[in-house]
Design a protein around this ligand. Sequence first.
Ligand code: ATP
Ligand code: MG
Ligand code: ZN
Ligand code: MG
Length: 429
Amino acid sequence: MEVDKMDENDWKYHGEGNKSLVVSHLSRVLRLLKYPAEDSENPPQTPEQAFRQLQNIVDFCSNVMSRLLGEEFIHSGEVVKLPLEFVRQLSIKVQHHRPVWRCDKVMDIYSGCALCLPNLTSPLLHQPTHTPPLCIEIKPKCGFLPSSKLVSKEVKTKVCRFCMHQHYKVANGKWKRRSLYCPLDLFSGNRQRMHFAIRHLIEEPQNNFKIFKGGQCIYSSKEGSDDSPDLNSLLHHLRPYVMHGNNRINSHMTGKAVLNDFIQVLVNALLSSRGGDAGVVTDRRGEGRSACEASLFNKERIRHGQHLPDISVLSRILQTQMLDTLDIEGLYPLYRRVEQHLQEYPKESLPGDAVHQYCVAMTAKDCSIMVSLVPCTEEEEEDDEGPPAFSHSVSILDLDPKPFDSIPRQLRLDQKIVSFYTKTGGSVP
Ligand code: ATP
Ligand code: MG
Ligand code: ZN
Ligand code: MG
């Protein structure tokens, strides 16, 4: 990328999270830092510190996370220095595309640096076809129940964190409706449960599910809005993809059938490894702990013997999440000890193995999966029966290191969520 020839008119708003704002141009994205709006006149860090923060993200991603998750899924990107005038113009240009509820933070226009990454939703990443790729982004969250003896509330060993957190978020007005998605269903490796989980992600995407077509976001939740996302418009987008695969005989597919086929394709992509067969199937978890009591999935239908293939993206993420072996309740006292030690010996920077391990697991609990689906051409397609044929690729994004000093906040949030859930008995509809 020729940074001295940057033109803001080439770049368009692509999306944002809590920490960064993303703009795209063809096969690349720029991921820029965000600051609290009240700091907008007075950036919280110098340009050198911002540069180091971004370099730290790249290094953490390529040295730590890619080893744990598999480098085939990871794109660490690189830090680029941009002309300040370009960044200023860009921030003005993207402002009116930003969702209002995200505007408590502003884009960093002072440091002049950003992360440059491949655009994982780009049509140009793929063979040019008539049909643009469909890219599905899933933020799966934590897929297991803690088994640490240091957990003080029994409910935490029965109901997963995501399901408990939903009650808390709805009560606090963050979302209007509760999502019935349960991460334990998605991570189960059982096709029916995964199907069930994805159906609920589609119904209530919140910030856990998005669909891009040809690089544009076509399906997501609008936070603060009472409206459900437009399922009919989604079906309209999906139909040609599913019909194409299912051969043209089947020209009267119902909306339900379209959605079922789409979910099936997505489940297949999640269970496979990129460019390979599903591989050996093993169970790494205690059978009894792999279901969440809050999930509405009918437990009698849960069959034994279906688990995540070891090399699937979900299995890699889950194994990394499970590096959190102590739970926040068990980790916190260790954190305090390390913190005290650092106060006494400020020159030492190693935050202690257990704490480091916990932070790595936190990153894996917060990352997103991007599945990109490209319909096979007619010649490539082997038969006209069954679900539509797509070639797919899978990536993991948003692998920022989690700061050591966010641990006290993590403990407080955990206590609030659990005590709220216990008080209301999880009975809120
Ligand atoms: P969070 O609040 O989830 O921590 P974040 O602030 O760390 O988010 P990201 O999740 O990295 O930011 O980026 C925000 C959004 O931008 C993503 O959800 C995704 O839709 C989009 N995005 C990020 N990186 C890429 C990429 N390489 N290609 C395509 N889209 C991307
Ligand atoms: Mg994110
Ligand atoms: Zn759950
Ligand atoms: Mg993030």
